[in-house]
Design a protein around this ligand. Structure first.
Ligand code: AMP
Ligand code: ZN
Length: 113
């Protein structure tokens, strides 16, 4: 998608600190980390957010979790990390290309706020 920040990162038009890439999935460090380890896992397919996931995307979304856990292990937080998907502006979503936040490396309180 032309005017999507994360599509531009996938295409290499905007640089990122890339942690993982294959044909389907891309992972990179969040530019404004909220924990010692904070990265994002995104599908290469442009999907605007969790509520826009279609039946045909189910396998892709599952792969994002598997890859995210693998990168988390590599980053040293394999035993304790949090996954966050924000859906919609009211929930704090600012980039409308679905992304899974993975955070770890500090105590993570609950509820998240
Ligand atoms: P959300 O609020 O769930 O839409 O999260 C968007 C995330 O993207 C935020 O945590 C931002 O810090 C992050 N972000 C925005 N621009 C970039 C960028 N160029 N590279 C890496 N992360 C970014
Ligand atoms: Zn996109």
């Amino acid at each position: 998608m032309d005017d999507c920040l994360f599509c531009k990162i996938i295409n290499g038009d905007i640089p990122s600190d890339t942690l993982y890439e294959d044909d389907d999935v891309f992972a990179f460090r969040d530019i404004n980390p909220q924990a010692p380890v904070h990265f994002l896992v995104i599908p290469k397919k442009h999907i605007s957010g969790p509520a826009a996931v279609a039946a045909e995307d189910e396998k892709l979304i599952g792969k994002m979790m598997r890859v995210g856990a693998e990168v988390a292990r590599r980053e040293g937080i394999g035993d304790g990390f949090r996954l966050v998907y924000n859906n919609g502006a009211d929930a704090g979503q600012v980039v409308f290309h679905i992304h899974m936040h993975i955070l770890g490396g500090r105590d993570l309180t609950w509820p998240p706020g």
